[in-house]
Design a protein around this ligand. Structure first.
Ligand SMILES: C[S@@+](CC[C@H](N)C(=O)[O-])C[C@H]1O[C@@H](n2cnc3c(N)ncnc32)[C@H](O)[C@@H]1O
Length: 334
């Protein structure tokens, strides 16, 4: 199966009336619910996948520190895309470029964008049961077709099923690239409903989706654009639990490479925001940026009490004017 060729982000910028703007209205949004509708019947989206390091718990801190305005939004470590989705819910997106190195996650987004109805049909498969035996059988099938472009839609459906039924929504592959997370034993895991997938697809219509390393993904960013980097975090201690989202890993030399890219983008006039763990090494890398220490429940841990108490940093290359973000109106940004 062939994907539609991605459009160049510059083309996106040239559109005078975007799909987002078509639906422009002056409405106040509450950010409480995820699947609920606002008063004008828009579905409020939430991430399609459970994702380690997902930023839903840090959203208000991130929203408080956005630049005042920007052109194209870039999210090169998109994962579940918590901030991207929040910006969409608040109608704060014009055009966007998202990327992640995880090929199966990006395949899911391509399929949601281009084949949402086919995906919904596959997700209605009665075989997708919440039982260990079924899980292992479907995991085996997924591993047979993993990375195979002939089976993109099936891979996307299985990826979603596995994500919702596996242990803690983790992504982990063995040395031969096969997904090997055990069954999660949840009481009532749910796959995203049809209307959510269709609305997600609608969001992705104006978004360029890439499967590239972060450095390449931001090559087209130019003055006035905004890049949010949410890399795999620097472990806070040697024994800290750290998730390997991709087979490559993300060690300190990667953190250094990222800081270098942030400096390059700063010179180009791009707004940059980074989140990471609150460690001396990270703060040193960004000592000429604005650094905010914030509280977050970051760790991927099934025991709620062990998730508490972590602090993180939000780093920006621009002055932050704190503002009230419980609600916003479209006119501010679009
Ligand atoms: C902390 S997670 C992002 C979470 C996301 N902000 C969310 O809300 O769900 C980091 C992501 O970076 C991706 N990643 C790891 N190394 C990468 C690289 N070199 N380039 C691009 N993406 C990478 C991982 O696959 C993972 O999805």
């Amino acid at each position: 199966m062939q994907y539609q060729r991605s459009r160049n982000p510059t083309d996106l910028k040239c559109q005078t009336i975007s799909d987002f703007q078509h639906r422009r209205k002056r409405i106040v949004y509450s950010r409480e619910s995820s699947y609920s509708r606002c008063s004008e019947h828009w579905l409020m989206l939430k991430p399609l996948v459970k994702w380690a390091g997902g930023k839903r718990q840090l959203l208000s801190e991130l929203l408080d520190r956005l630049p005042k305005k920007w052109e194209t939004y870039y999210e090169p470590f998109v994962g579940g895309g918590a901030l991207l989705i929040e910006l969409y819910n608040k109608r704060m997106l014009k055009s966007a470029v998202i990327s992640d190195l995880n090929e199966e996650l990006i395949n899911l987004y391509h399929v949601v964008k281009n084949y949402p109805y086919e995906l919904v049909e596959m997700l209605n498969n009665t075989e997708f049961k919440n039982e260990k035996e079924t899980y292992l059988k479907l995991r085996e099938r997924f591993n047979e077709i993993i990375g195979n472009p002939k089976y993109s839609i099936e891979r996307a459906a299985l990826f979603l099923y596995l994500n919702k039924h596996c242990y803690n929504g983790l992504w982990r592959v063995n040395k031969s690239g096969k997904f090997n997370v055990p069954f999660g034993r949840y009481k009532n895991p749910s796959l995203p409903p049809k209307e959510h997938i269709l609305e997600f697809s609608n969001m992705l219509r104006n978004i360029e989706i890439l499967n590239l390393d972060f450095e390449e993904a931001v090559l087209s960013a130019c003055e006035g654009d905004f890049v949010y980097f949410d890399p795999p975090y620097q472990p806070v201690s040697e024994t800290a639990y750290f998730t390997d989202y991709t087979s490559g890993g993300f060690d300190y030399s990667e953190q250094k490479r990222l800081a270098k890219i942030c400096k390059k983008l700063t010179k180009k006039g791009v707004y940059v925001m980074v989140s990471n763990s609150n460690t001396d090494e990270i703060k040193e890398l960004y000592d000429d940026f604005h650094i905010f220490v914030v509280e977050a429940n970051r760790f991927i841990n099934s025991k709620a009490d062990r998730r508490k108490g972590a602090t993180e940093v939000i780093i920006t290359n621009y002055e932050v004017e704190r503002r009230e973000t419980n609600s916003c109106t479209l006119d501010v940004f679009i």
